[in-house]
Structures are given as C-alpha cells and as structure tokens.
Design a protein. Structure first.
Length: 107
C-alpha cells in the first residue's frame, strides 16, 4: 500500500494537470482568435475527420462474409446521395447510419 503522502501528491498532480488542460483553450483563445490558420483548420477539419472515418470503415469491410459488406457500402452510398441532394451533413450521416445498421442487422 502506498504512503498517504504519495497518494495525496499523485492526486494533487492529477487535479492540477486536469484543471490546466481544461483551462488552456480559454486562455489561448485570445492569442489565436483572429488567426487565419485556425479559421482554415475549422473549415477543413470536419471534412478530414469524416474522410479518415470513411476510409477506416471501408478498409475494415469483410467482403468474404455472408453479406459481403452490403450494410456499410449501402450506407456510404446513401450518405453521399442524401448529402448531394439536401446538402445537410446531419441528415446525410443519420440516413447513412440508419441504412447501414438496418441492412447489417437484416443480413
């Protein structure tokens, strides 16, 4: 069993690091508020995150299974079609997810 002083020190360090990491974005906000780099990151990061998730999901497809990846592939097609049709990120993601889960659970 560790010494009580060691436990108190470890907890104090954990609390200090947690508070500092949570406060950092608010402190740094003033310094980067008008940064063009931050504006570009805000514009491109959602697309980058969705691209990484889509590529990861498609590389994990089991094309030799019973459904041959029908759920994720059909979900991807529905997501793209709904997004091109309505230009709504939320609607396209929800529609693609619903189709993917429905087709995967039926197979």
């Amino acid at each position: 069993m560790p010494e009580p002083g060691y436990v108190v020190g470890a907890l104090a360090a954990a609390v200090a690091v947690t508070v500092a990491l949570r406060a950092l974005p608010f402190v740094a906000r003033a310094a980067v508020k008008d940064s063009p780099l931050l504006a570009d990151l805000g514009r491109w990061m959602p697309l980058g995150a969705v691209t990484v998730l889509a590529v990861y999901g498609l590389t994990r497809l089991d094309l030799h299974g019973a459904d041959r990846g029908a759920g994720p592939l059909l979900g991807l097609v529905v997501t793209v079609v709904v997004h091109l049709w309505r230009r709504s990120l939320l609607l396209s993601i929800v529609a693609g997810t619903v189709v993917c889960v429905a087709v995967s659970s039926l197979a």
